[in-house]
Design a protein around this ligand. Sequence first.
Ligand code: ATP
Ligand code: MG
Ligand code: FE
Length: 336
Amino acid sequence: MNILAIESSCDETAAAICRNGREVLSDVVLSQADMHAVYGGVVPEIASRRHVEAVGGLAEQALAEAGLRREEIDAVAVTYAPGLIGALLVGVNFAKAASYGLGVPLIPVHHVRGHIAAGYIAFPELEPPFLSLAISGGNTLLVDVRDYTDMHIVGASRDDAAGECFDKVARVLGLGYPGGAAMDRLARGGDDSRYALPRAKVEDAELDMSFSGLKTAAINLIHNARQKGETLDEASFAASFTKAVSEVLVPRAVEAARMLGRRTVVAGGGVAANSRIREDLTRAAAENGFQLFLPPTALCGDNAAMIGCQGYYEYIAGKRAGMDLNAYATLDISRG
Ligand code: ATP
Ligand code: MG
Ligand code: FE
């Protein structure tokens, strides 16, 4: 079954063709990051306009690269939540038109379910159940993936997402937007014990997380150093900061897997590209005896292939949308 997938939830416009949930025939992503970088973050109105300009051409390109004719598309999958509402609506409306024009079903896909499905692309042997650590720009979730479309949140950030924390701190450091990948590079070779930063615990909810205190403490540390005219050892700061983020995420993933009795842990989302977090997860897997699946970094960030793959499983489970499909800025992954 060939699925045309469309993704436009934030600042990447993407189209892909996937076959049977596992095989990616084509995968094209157009990042708008450079357009938003001058503003230090995503400007929703600019994102929507750029999606409008890009989506049709990208879908054609995905079709051409897959070597398929339009008649060979069996369904259209689209990210309908969560994300920027205006950005999502562009993809949703394009997908509606494509499904109507081609006379094929329309499948709505939850964006974070897509991030989780990136694991199916990278690892053909991977099947639920497993614990997912879904860490991205807007979400920080521990998800019990009982089946392809049966998911339950067992832990979450109560405030900022891990990626948001990376981006805000990186911005104050002057690393540009989005700053997660630049922070990752800067941290290499730094001394991760040089700067003291807090790791918050959420009382009576040991799998929940909080990053806003860490974010504020890190930004204050940078400002204080600047005000006192002290030179910040930026590599060591980045390493100390990344260690703090990792020490919030990794032990909770270990604990969640233990509590649920899961022997398989799968990471996903943009922050799962972080080299320190990947190293710490790898060590934790070896120490605690669970199998770890880390998708290649290219599949961690936003793309449409992951939407097409999850879309297949949503289709198998009977999920369909009509021409009245709406987009939602927020939506619980268990209801996605
Ligand atoms: P969501 O998926 O929650 O809707 P999003 O789609 O904007 O949000 P992604 O595209 O999955 O998020 O991930 C982008 C985030 O990942 C950004 O915050 C970015 O800084 C972060 N990121 C990317 N690479 C790295 C890295 N190597 N280290 C840390 N963070 C990273
Ligand atoms: Mg993005
Ligand atoms: Fe994302």
